[in-house]
Design a protein around this ligand. Sequence first.
Ligand SMILES: C[S@@+](CC[C@H](N)C(=O)[O-])C[C@H]1O[C@@H](n2cnc3c(N)ncnc32)[C@H](O)[C@@H]1O
Length: 239
Amino acid sequence: MGYSIKKLKPAKQRANPECAERAAYSLTDLLHATNPYQDFDHTTYPNDLSGWGSDSPAFENLIAQATSLDLIIEVGTWKGGSAITMANALSKHGKNAQILCIDTWLGALEFWQNHQDPERYQSLQLKHGYPSVYYQFLANVCHAGHQKRIIPFPQTSATAALFLRTHGIQSQLIYIDGSHEEEDVYQDLLDYWPILAKGGIIFGDDYTWDGVRLAVTRFAKEQHLKITFEADKWLLTKK
Ligand SMILES: C[S@@+](CC[C@H](N)C(=O)[O-])C[C@H]1O[C@@H](n2cnc3c(N)ncnc32)[C@H](O)[C@@H]1O
């Protein structure tokens, strides 16, 4: 038995906004029978927040401007740099929202192309051929003290979107920074647009990459949306 987006449409239309809100608040329990941070010894890992576009002022600006915010969704987290920047901004502005981090922690195409690349391939921290960078992410969240705010969801962006839709969960702010291949970015936009609440913003990194720009412009054109920018990030707003 599997889920089909087609079958989910009527369920989404019936979704009660109060249910969606309740689901967002108990997202950790919904996803994890055992808290992922429980008994994890982060002290054996350095605090290593290396990433890309992770400390952009766009994160704080968007968080400060958001009128209602209970859940931020991030697609593509890596070591947690951008998620921790957002968590810091939430604390600074006294907002209680949580951040759901969706990532396979297996890297994207460019991470597997050059064995000499210290920032990508070597940072996957392969153990017997399988990446273990997830634990560096988890340690970074602990170093920053954001275990209550940041919820890991180690899953593909497509499957995670289906999970969220089956539970009627919506978000006011969705950051797309997973695969940068055109068809993948376009699919992420298709998958996460229905999860974006009315008045919410979906935004992303690396508009200078051909794959990202082509996907965002194609999606914006089809949906009659205007692309705007906040610092180095592209933005699409749901009216
Ligand atoms: C550019 S990095 C994210 C950088 C991060 N936002 C930061 O601040 O440093 C892209 C991430 O997307 C993840 N990723 C790529 N394709 C994915 C997919 N289809 N589903 C889930 N995660 C994916 C990779 O594992 C990688 O960690």
